[in-house]
Ligand binder design. Structure first.
Ligand SMILES: [Zn+2]
Length: 379
């Protein structure tokens, strides 16, 4: 039990109180791109929000002084949010809360308690509201009824044509907001305008995350009239799940196109058409071997669309001119992040997953909300 949970009530006894102080610790993920890991301390309970690994690959949050937890709450199944589960033993093996779709991708021996994909639930006596994050299958943002409200967005986007997004409706004095793109502010339509010409000129390989923008970019090409779409096994599996078990994460009105895509997309077999293969940075999966095969060939064109960590095939091929980088928005552009902070009436915004060098620009954009990248933050 941390002293932060106790106050002297004048009786000479140290009592645990339910009305503060409440604290948010920024263990990892604020001040630079890195694994997500935050700890909320409230009313004698200690909850961790996400426990990621990388980027860069292999980097784990430093949890040495965190101590035993009462729960780990997971926003979505991407590695930088959930790849640090090997650290759970150090944290007292707490129960893990995740949506059913995310839980399916977690180790079988994990004790997982369900979070609704959209709705209100109880986590250790704390009211937690979740909503779809528009970013990944099963992914949610989380609102905690702690203090004057805490919103943790995890990764999110309101621009996805595939993944559904539920705008948070409850106020949150403190908003820990995905600002992976810092002050970048271009709409996703511009991403498409830049990407589409590559596919007009000839075969193109897009290394993508299967459970993220891979199916989404494929869907956009299908809607544009392309039928020469090829995907790796991992992307095909996610496509099938989005049509069957994971429909809760899909925007309404998309089902028919998605089913058409699942039926149309063929296995990758040579350099032709629009090819989408995991992983996003080429360090593993089908894209790793395809990049090895095509790095020194004239075709296909290779386009990376996501974050590129140093010392990855993505980084190397972009630097040596073999591949292009064209961002495909899966995180909020600045205008959307600012609107969210305004909508939830955030007094303090903590921009996550971007570099500290962007702090001044973000402070200006989020004003009159205060902006900080320093913890611990009082809730
Ligand atoms: Zn993510």
């Amino acid at each position: 039990m941390s002293d932060a949970f106790r106050r002297n009530d004048g009786t000479g006894k140290q009592n645990i109180v339910s009305a503060g102080p409440h604290t948010l610790r920024l263990v990892s993920g604020v001040g630079r791109k890195g694994p997500a890991c935050f700890v909320v301390e409230t009313a004698g309970k200690r909850l961790m929000l996400d426990l990621g690994q990388g980027p860069p690959s292999g980097l784990l949050p430093d949890v040495d002084d965190v101590g035993p937890l009462d729960a780990l709450v997971i926003s979505h199944g991407h590695k930088d949010h959930v790849g640090g589960l090997s650290l759970l033993a150090k944290l007292g093996n707490p129960p893990v809360y995740a949506t059913e779709i995310v839980a399916r991708g977690l180790p079988q021996d994990l004790q997982v308690r369900p979070l609704p994909i959209s709705g209100t639930s109880d986590v250790l006596g704390i009211e937690v509201t979740t909503g779809r994050n528009g970013h990944a299958p099963g992914g949610v943002w989380l609102h905690f009824a702690i203090g004057a409200g805490l919103l943790y967005t995890g990764d999110w986007s309101k621009e996805s044509i595939l993944y559904a997004y539920d705008p948070p409706a409850k106020t949150a004095a403190i908003a820990l907001v995905d600002c992976s793109y810092a002050d970048y502010d271009r709409p996703i339509g511009e991403c498409w305008s830049a990407l589409e010409p590559f596919a007009e000129r000839g075969p193109v390989l897009l290394p993508v995350p299967a459970n993220g923008r891979g199916p989404e970019i494929a869907l956009e090409f299908l809607r544009y009239g392309r039928t020469d779409i090829y995907v790796d096994d991992a992307t095909r599996r996610v496509l099938r799940q989005l049509c069957t078990t994971d429909t809760a994460s899909v925007r309404s009105g998309v089902d028919d196109d998605l089913k058409a895509l699942a039926a149309t997309a063929k296995p990758i077999d040579g350099a032709r058409g629009i090819m989408l293969a995991a992983s996003a940075d080429g360090t593993s999966g089908a894209s790793k071997s395809l990049l090895e095969q095509w790095e020194h060939a004239g075709a296909p064109a290779i386009v990376f669309t996501g974050y590129r960590a140093p010392d990855t095939p993505a980084d190397r091929l972009i630097k040596n001119g073999r591949a292009h980088f064209l961002r495909w928005n899966v995180h909020p552009r600045l205008a959307d992040a600012v609107a969210l902070a305004h909508d939830v009436k955030a007094k303090t915004v903590i921009p996550a997953f971007c570099d500290r060098s962007r702090l001044d620009a973000l402070a200006q954009a989020f004003a009159p909300s205060q902006v900080t990248m320093d913890g611990p933050v009082k809730l």
